[in-house]
Design a binder for this molecule. Structure first.
Ligand SMILES: [Mg+2]
Length: 120
């Protein structure tokens, strides 16, 4: 059975790009969220196998949402999506329990490699 992924990003084109990569490589998109609040709600609702979490988002950022998700399920697999120049938030995410990182812009091979490794 294909693994179910919750995509979290405030940029619609990033979600579209990730969804395309995931669906072409045997993953199922269980849901999408565009800020940290929605991410936590969707996580509880769809119980995904993996979450891809953008770091910078309005209302509640990715590190805060990650922290709340790990409080709900300490075994949650959360891959942070980071861009250049976000080292401080990357460190915060590591401390908050992030499983791994996907660097933007998304590259199909790197994204799939990170997901395959995370759920192994
Ligand atoms: Mg963002």
């Amino acid at each position: 059975m294909s693994k179910r992924v919750l995509i979290v990003d405030d940029a619609a084109f990033m979600r579209i790009k990730l969804k395309d990569i995931l669906e072409k490589n045997g993953y199922e998109v269980a849901g999408e969220a565009q800020n940290g609040n929605e991410a936590v709600e969707k996580f509880k609702e769809v119980k995904p196998d993996i979450v891809t979490m953008d770091i910078t988002m309005p209302e509640k950022d990715g590190v805060e949402a990650l922290t709340e998700i790990k409080a709900i399920d300490k075994d949650a697999i959360v891959l942070m999506c980071s861009a250049m120049g976000q080292q401080t938030m990357v460190m915060d995410a590591i401390r908050a329990g992030a499983t791994d990182f996907i660097v933007k812009p998304f590259d199909t091979e790197r994204v799939i490699k990170a997901l395959d490794k995370a759920i192994r």
